[in-house]
Design a protein around this ligand. Structure first.
Ligand SMILES: Cc1ncc(C[n+]2csc(CCOP(=O)(O)OP(=O)(O)O)c2C)c(N)n1
Ligand SMILES: [Mg+2]
Length: 352
């Protein structure tokens, strides 16, 4: 099942020692900034799991081990480029200045959890699988028509590549040469559906040939490999050469979400292996080999991220309870009478 994917060569930059490390041309300051982004995402994810267990946020989609895909991609883009995330990349906006409180509010189901996409160039978190791919394709095509120098990045999972929306978005973007980067996080599971049940293709990157676009495979736990692949794809898109499909290979080392029990289906040895090769530790090894990371920076980056989270959850919890009438507003121009009855019931039982 998973051997299929592992057999093929992957683009890698981070090696196992200084002799096998490569260089992507980032300055020391940029490498450290990338590290801080990784630590922030890792800390956000670990604290969110705790907040969920404490009943402070709702069901949460864990992205432990997938931080390199998100941080590598964001650092490869310009601020003016747009990001279209799925639920798996819920916190990617942190790297674009969206406050932790806003994203935590989203997971609390609170209206403070939404932002204006145009403020941060980050679209809303997309829960319906793959439906943001055509959004990103249309957006990218629109930018091209308007002569705007912007690239759109859509991040989605292996399961998303089986959806009609993925096909429609990829095909349209390719035909229109839209400046789109299609970044697939192939974590080899779609909840309990393994990759072998998802596709008969030898790799997801192979699907690119059907759209007439380049397909690239990278090690998704290597933040610099992701950076390099996305930077090249974005440059191609900017030059008017259209989309690229990047398959970032990982293995899901955490439950699909807090409501899932993967012990019923996952291979525990593969999980162990994925946890050993996790992306933050690998990048820490790389930075230490280059003399860019010491214990003090490591401690300080973690403390800064923890502070962001403490302040974020405090601010999210300080938001006033929303009025339940919001549940019924902005949906229908002419609400049916049942809405008023249901709102009255909510108020009667003290939920408003
Ligand atoms: C259109 C649609 N169908 C089904 C679901 C239920 N669902 C939620 S996550 C998921 C699996 C998606 O797997 P993948 O695309 O590999 O992303 P991952 O969760 O691994 O990041 C499914 C089927 C959904 N959210 N949207
Ligand atoms: Mg998946």
């Amino acid at each position: 099942m998973t051997e299929l994917a592992a057999e093929r060569p992957l683009l890698r930059v981070i090696g196992d020692d200084a002799g096998s490390d490569a260089d992507v041309g980032l300055s020391d300051a940029e490498l450290v900034a990338l590290y801080r982004s990784l630590v922030l995402l890792r800390t956000y994810d670990e604290r969110s799991l705790v907040y969920h267990r404490q009943g402070r946020i709702g069901t949460y989609a864990i992205f432990w081990g997938h931080e390199a895909i998100q941080a590598g991609a964001v650092h490869a883009l310009e601020e003016r480029d747009w990001i279209f995330p799925s639920y798996r990349e819920s916190a990617i906006g942190l790297l674009r200045g969206i406050p932790a409180a806003t994203i935590l509010s989203w997971w609390r189901g609170h209206p403070a959890g939404w932002w204006s996409p145009a403020e941060h160039n980050v679209a809303s978190i997309c829960v319906p699988v793959a439906t943001h791919v055509p959004h990103a394709a249309g957006f990218a095509w629109g930018c091209r028509l308007k002569g705007e120098d912007r690239v759109a990045l859509a991040i989605f999972g292996d399961g998303a590549t089986s959806e009609g929306a993925f096909h429609e978005g990829a095909n349209l973007a390719a035909v229109m040469r839209a400046p789109l980067v299609l970044l697939c996080n192939n974590n080899q599971w779609a909840i309990s559906t393994p990759l072998s049940a998802q596709t008969a293709a030898a790799s997801l990157a192979d699907k690119a040939a059907g759209y007439g676009i380049p397909g690239v495979r990278v090690d998704g736990t290597d933040v610099l490999a992701v950076y390099e692949a996305v930077a090249e794809a974005a440059a191609r898109a900017r030059a008017g050469d259209g989309p690229t499909l990047i398959e970032a290979l990982t293995y899901r080392a955490a439950p699909h979400a807090t409501a899932d029990d993967p012990t019923a289906y996952i291979d525990p040895e593969r999980v162990e292996e994925a946890r050993r090769r996790e992306c933050v530790g690998r990048f820490e090894g790389y930075l230490r080999r280059r003399g860019l990371l010491d214990d003090e920076l490591q401690r300080e980056a973690k403390e800064a991220a923890l502070r962001t989270m403490r302040e974020g959850i405090a601010a999210a919890e300080a938001e006033p309870e929303p009025d339940p009438s919001l549940l019924f507003e902005h949906a229908l121009a002419a609400p049916p009478p049942s809405f008023a009855v249901e709102l009255g019931e909510l108020r009667r039982i003290g939920r408003g």
